[in-house]
Write a protein that binds this ligand. Structure first.
Ligand code: SAM
Length: 464
């Protein structure tokens, strides 16, 4: 029962605007955070369908004591989830209405001319206003397995492997039990949008990580060389940390910081499950970490994924900060500039990936531009992944070196990544880069937004 009550409380909190999904899940006292997160996310995904079923079966009218959010969670699990494994008296109540609900579900499918439950989920534009359906991205955790073994596993589970995708369009046309290898990230498999692997043994054992493609970019593009010392400045819940550990092959040292104790606890469990070793977690404000501390004297790579408005997240519920106020954006940008400057003050840092899941220029290009200017000629932008279709907004010379991601252009959440490199530190590019990153970084060498800036200014002066 605790699971359903906790899920209903999170749904109610979201509706009241008490916080974001992750925050509310972490702040609940429920011990199995992943299980709760998965149940609430899935209930939210099916929300319009559940509303239709509840209305059609008149469940809330028949059961006046059943709180609406609890009803939604119960009906989700009864019809689309695991089938009510717990739930005490509410389970008995929901089961009494099962036949009625199932009949409503069948009626809805006929009405919408679909045969599978997943097909009831609104297509691209409709799930919730402006919430397109993104593919299910599966990152293979190379600390525990390899891409070929995971492909074989899914084939044995009845999936058809279609090979490496040639275009983003190909990813969008996936349906049924088919999957592809991503065209940009070599350890990323792509499945149709509604594929749910939360109960799959590869997921529960940490062999695969369910991570949006855009969120895989920072670690991939940072590409720390095996054996390096790395900082993950705002690390929890740790998907990018585990990705970096996989790139490092667990060799080297990751110093991970976060302010949030609960998120860190979850992160610790997740990293253990993913087989990550050589990491040190600290519950500490990264702004208070002393760059001169000898402990960090060998830190050459930093991943900085600070708190942001989260405005790029497709599945955020409308009560969350989809459109932050100008003041809120200003406050976030101020923090982001400060933390980026602080990260660049680590004496040995050679390469840094800055990322947000925000679509706002204030949190992205503006932050990077302001800090690069403040740094003079010490750091420059790297022109990463030239084949990536969506670039930084042309708000300053060299901004096109940054990457943007969006549901429409890249079939991902809205995202931003910039890779900064200390000038004169080309050696920071490791020889062990995965092919596409290596290629892109090679192509990226010599691109110096500072220089581009100067050249442009020179040209302008000539014109004048
Ligand atoms: N990188 C994480 C991942 O991939 O799982 C997600 C990080 S999330 C976008 C931002 C995180 O920054 C939050 O967990 C928040 O608690 C943390 N944070 C915010 N301010 C911080 C600070 N001053 N120092 C360290 N962590 C901070």
């Amino acid at each position: 029962m605790a699971l359903y009550s906790a899920a209903a409380a999170v749904l109610a909190g979201l509706e009241r605007g008490d916080g974001g999904l992750k925050t509310l899940v972490y702040n609940s006292r429920f011990p199995h955070v992943r299980q709760l997160y998965a149940l609430v996310s899935e209930t939210l995904r099916y929300s319009p369908v559940l509303d239709a079923l509840l209305a059609g079966a008149a469940l809330l009218q028949a059961e006046k004591k059943l709180p609406p959010h609890l009803a939604k969670v119960l009906v989700y699990d009864l019809l689309f989830g695991k089938g009510l494994k717990c739930g005490g008296r509410w389970k008995a109540l929901a089961r009494r209405h099962r036949a009625r609900l199932q009949a409503e579900l069948a009626r809805l499918k006929v009405q919408r001319k679909v045969s599978h439950n997943e097909d009831l989920l609104a297509p691209a534009e409709g799930a919730s206003p402006g919430a397109p359906q993104l593919p299910r991205y599966v990152r293979v955790n190379t600390l525990k397995t390899c891409v070929d073994d995971v492909i074989d596993f899914f084939k044995r589970q009845g999936y058809s492997y279609l090979g490496k995708a040639a275009s983003v369009e190909e990813l969008s046309s996936l349906s049924g039990k088919k999957f592809l290898l991503d065209l940009h990230l070599p350890e990323l498999l792509v499945f149709p949008p509604q594929t749910d692997f939360h109960n799959n043994q590869l997921y529960t054992s940490g062999h695969i990580i369910l991570q949006d493609k855009a969120s895989c970019l920072p670690a991939f593009l940072l590409s720390p060389a095996t054996g390096s010392h790395v900082i993950d400045a705002c690390a929890a819940p740790g998907n990018k940390t585990s990705h970096m550990a996989a790139i490092l092959k667990n060799k080297g040292q990751i110093f991970a910081f976060d302010l949030d104790t609960k998120r860190l606890a979850t992160m610790n469990t997740m990293l253990m499950r993913a087989g990550v070793t050589s990491f040190e977690l600290a519950q500490q404000d990264f702004l208070t970490v002393d760059p001169r501390d000898s402990k960090y004297s060998k830190v050459t790579y930093i991943l900085l994924d600070p708190s942001c408005s989260g405005s790029g997240m497709v599945n955020r519920v409308p009560t969350e900060e989809a459109t932050p106020s100008a003041e809120r954006l200003q406050a976030l940008a101020g923090f982001q500039r400060k933390i980026l400057s602080h990260a660049l003050s680590f004496p040995a840092v050679r390469r840094l990936a800055y990322s947000t899941c925000s679509v706002h220029q204030e949190e992205n290009e503006d932050v990077v531009h302001a800090v690069l200017q403040e740094q003079g000629s010490a750091f420059r932008l790297v022109n990463v992944l030239p084949s990536w279709p969506c670039r930084g907004l042309a708000t300053f010379p060299g901004a096109e070196c940054c990457l943007r991601a969006s549901p429409a252009d890249t079939l991902t959440n809205g995202f931003f990544v910039a890779v900064l490199e200390r000038c004169g530190e080309e050696a920071a590019v490791p020889s062990s880069l995965p092919t596409s990153a290596e290629e892109s970084l090679q192509q990226g060498r010599g691109v110096h937004p500072g220089t581009a800036h100067k050249k442009k200014r020179k040209k302008q002066r000539v014109k004048e």
